[in-house]
Design a protein around this ligand. Sequence first.
Ligand code: CTP
Ligand code: CA
Length: 226
Amino acid sequence: ALSALTARDLAGRTIMVTAGPTREEIDPVRYISNHSSGKMGYAIARAAARRGARVILVSGPVNIPAPPGVELVAVSSAEEMRRAVMGRVGKCDAVIKAAAVADYRPLERTASKVKKKAGELTLHLTRNADILAELGSLEKHPFLVGFAAETDNLEAYAAGKLKEKNLDMIVANDVSQSDAGFNVETNRALLLFRDGRRLECPLMSKEELANVILDQLCAGMGNGAL
Ligand code: CTP
Ligand code: CA
């Protein structure tokens, strides 16, 4: 049998992957962001391209070069990511949302640098749109894979997100552990599926986990003939 690394089992498929953090600007010199390195999303994009998919990688600011053969769409804010994703979803068979999208942005971005004053500074934040939930509410949506980064109650929170966002699959990560999640080379995940199935993935490289996720996506999309 062909190994998962060499099989062209995604040939003919278009897969969008989102990766990295988003940046929400406060003023011309400052922003709010998070610790996402983009490594998991880039590993998925690279693996999907190797397996023959056309890959659209919508990425927040990261320090990783675009994998060969992948169409990179560079974005910064959550709203830019939303527009990039919603404008391209129509041609996709699957969307894998590995990005750590900021939930809030400053209510106002000031045109000039905020100057320090005596005492406290209050920053007003407003909610960003949930891109994945928007994808899940589309009448005709592609195969949807979400991620859940949790520090506690991993399975319950992830199962909630799977259902609420109408996903086919969710990759749940315990980010409270130093060998998994943000900015490390390895990951440990729990995969949950629409039909209630669950698959525990032990600690492995992000590349290996990417291929496990794509194996499941392939099976879920009903990729029998390829
Ligand atoms: N997500 C998204 N758009 C947002 C926020 C999250 O598309 N504005 C996606 C992420 O890319 C991820 C999934 O939703 O695939 C779950 O993100 P996560 O931050 O774990 O969950 P939230 O629903 O934002 O809930 P919370 O942060 O409160 O746990
Ligand atoms: Ca969030």
